[in-house]
Ligand binder design. Structure first.
Ligand SMILES: [Mn+2]
Length: 420
C-alpha cells in the first residue's frame, strides 16, 4: 500500500486580502495527477483542509471536485481529518455521501477505537490500519471546568491526548494480532494521524501557524506515539519536518507558502511505502504556483528591485519592507504607482510595523480566555514600550476602539435580525 501524506491545505485562505483560488486549484490538479502517476493507494490529509470553519463556496467546490477526481483514479482510500482551522461539523456533514466514494472524513473526534480504520488492498485483503485522529479539542478530552492556571489545563489536555492515542494503539494492535493469526508472514502496518504541535517541531516567523495557545505551550511530547505506530502522519506545522529526527514521525507541511515568512522554503508531500512494518519515506516537492518575494531596503533599492521583477514579466506578489531613514508618508501610493501590471503589492510597511515583537507576558495566556479589549490593551502595551504612548493617547485609542467594536456588534445584531 503506497501512501501519500499531506496536510494544511488551508483552502480558501487569502493573503492580506488577496484570494488564492487559482493556486489551490493548481495544487489540487497537481495532487490528483500525482496520485495517478505514483499509483498511490491511500491519501491522508492530516487536518486544516480549509482555512476557516465556514469556507466560501469556491473553496468548497474545489474540495468536492478534487475528491471526485481523486476517487475516479487508482487511489482507493482517502482519509481526511479535521485540524484546528476546520469546523468538525462542516467536515462531517457530507460523511455519508463521501463514504460512497470511499472517502473517510473524521471531523469530530470519536471514541478512539472508532477512529481506527482497517483498509483493504486491491484484492480485498486487509493491508493497512489507520488511526484517523483529528485535532483534539479540550471538550473532546475532559469535561471538568478548570478555573485558573493554564498549566493545569495543559497537563489535563496532554493526559487526555495520551490516553486517546493509547486506546487507538491498543485497538490497532488487536487488529494486527487478529490478522497475524490468519497471515503470519505479512505483518499489518499501522499509521496514526494527528493535528497537534509535537515538542521539538519548528515554526517560522510568519508561516501562518495559528498557535493553539499564545506562546509555546500546548506542545505534546512525541512519546505520545507508541512504537505500535509504524508511521505518524502529522499536520499543524507548515514546514515539512521529522519530529525528534525520527524517520517515522513527520509533518508533511503545507503545500503552499502560508505567508511571506515562508518565501523560498521548499514545500512537499510525503510518499510512504512499507517493507513489512518498516516505512520508507520519500518527499516529493510541490511546485510553486505563484511567485512571491520580500523586498527590503530604502526607496531607490525597492524601486530598482521592482523594476527588475517587472522586466521578468511574470506575476509576482510582493511584501515590501521600507528600511530607509526618514518617514515616507505616502509609501504605499508611491510604490503602487511604480508597480507594473504583473506586480501585486500585498503588504507594505516599515521594519517596525511589520515585525513588532509581541509582549513577553503573552506567553501562556490562552487567547480564548481574553476579551477583545484584553487583546487591544496588550497591543497598547507593546506600542507604549516601543514608541512611548502617553495616558491621553492611550485613553483616546481605547475609546475609539470601543466605539468600533460596539458598532460591529450592533451591525452583527442587525444582520441576524435580517436573517430571521
Ligand atoms: Mn495549519
Amino acid at each position: 500500500m503506497k501512501i501519500l501524506h499531506t496536510s494544511d491545505w488551508h483552502l480558501g485562505q487569502a493573503l492580506y486580502g488577496r484570494k488564492r483560488h487559482e493556486e489551490f486549484r493548481l495544487f489540487l490538479e497537481w495532487l490528483a495527477q500525482t496520485l495517478r502517476e505514483e499509483s498511490v493507494d491511500v491519501l491522508l490529509v492530516a487536518g486544516d483542509i480549509f482555512d476557516s470553519g465556514l469556507p466560501s463556496n469556491q473553496a468548497q467546490s474545489l474540495y468536492y471536485r478534487f475528491l471526485c477526481e481523486a476517487a475516479k483514479g487508482p487511489c482507493r482510500h482517502i482519509v481526511l481529518t479535521a485540524g484546528n482551522h476546520d469546523s468538525p461539523s462542516f467536515l462531517d456533514a457530507p460523511q455519508a455521501i463521501l463514504q460512497a466514494l470511499d472517502v473517510h472524513v473524521i471531523g469530530h473526534a470519536l471514541a478512539p477505537e472508532k477512529e481506527v480504520l482497517l483498509l483493504n488492498d486491491a484484492n480485498g485483503r486487509p493491508a493497512l490500519v489507520i488511526c484517523a485522529v483529528p485535532f483534539l479539542r479540550d471538550r473532546d478530552l475532559y469535561r471538568i471546568g478548570i478555573e485558573d492556571g493554564t498549566d493545569e489545563r495543559d497537563a489535563l489536555l496532554a493526559r487526555g491526548m495520551h490516553e486517546h492515542y493509547r486506546i487507538c494503539a491498543e485497538k490497532a494492535e488487536s487488529l494486527r494480532a487478529e490478522y497475524a493469526s490468519r497471515f503470519p508472514s505479512s505483518p499489518l502496518p499501522v499509521v496514526a494521524m494527528g493535528h497537534l504541535f509535537a515538542a521539538g517541531g519548528a515554526v517560522a516567523e510568519g508561516d501562518g501557524v495559528r498557535d493553539l495557545r499564545i506562546g509555546s505551550l500546548g506542545q505534546i511530547s512525541a512519546d505520545i506515539f507508541s512504537p505500535t505506530f509504524d508511521y505518524v502522519a502529522l499536520g499543524h506545522l507548515h514546514g515539512p519536518q521529522k519530529v525528534n529526527k525520527e524517520e517515522r514521525i513527520r509533518y508533511s507541511g503545507s503545500p503552499l507558502p502560508m505567508g511571506f515568512g515562508e518565501v523560498g522554503r521548499p514545500k512537499s508531500v510525503c510518499l510512504v511505502e512499507f517493507d513489512g512494518r518498516t516505512p520508507s519515506v520519500r518527499t516529493l516537492p510541490v511546485p510553486l504556483f505563484q511567485k512571491m518575494e520580500k523586498i527590503s531596503g530604502d526607496l531607490p533599492a525597492i524601486e530598482a528591485r521592482m523594476k527588475d521583477l517587472d522586466e521578468l514579466g511574470e506575476p509576482v506578489w510582493l511584501e515590501v519592507l521600507y528600511t530607509g531613514s526618514g518617514i515616507v508618508s505616502d509609501l504605499r501610493e508611491r510604490l503602487l504607482e511604480k508597480a507594473g501590471p504583473k506586480l501585486e503589492i500585498l503588504r507594505v510597511g516599515t521594519a517596525h510595523s511589520l515585525n513588532a515583537p509581541s509582549s513577553e507576558e503573552d506567553l501562556g495566556t490562552a487567547l480564548e480566555d481574553m476579551s477583545v479589549f484584553d487583546v487591544f490593551r496588550r497591543r497598547l502595551d507593546d506600542l507604549e514600550r516601543q514608541n512611548g504612548l502617553d495616558e491621553e493617547q492611550r485613553k483616546s485609542l481605547l475609546e475609539t476602539y470601543a466605539e468600533a467594536v460596539n458598532e460591529l456588534l450592533q451591525a452583527d445584531k442587525g444582520e441576524d435580525a435580517c436573517a430571521y
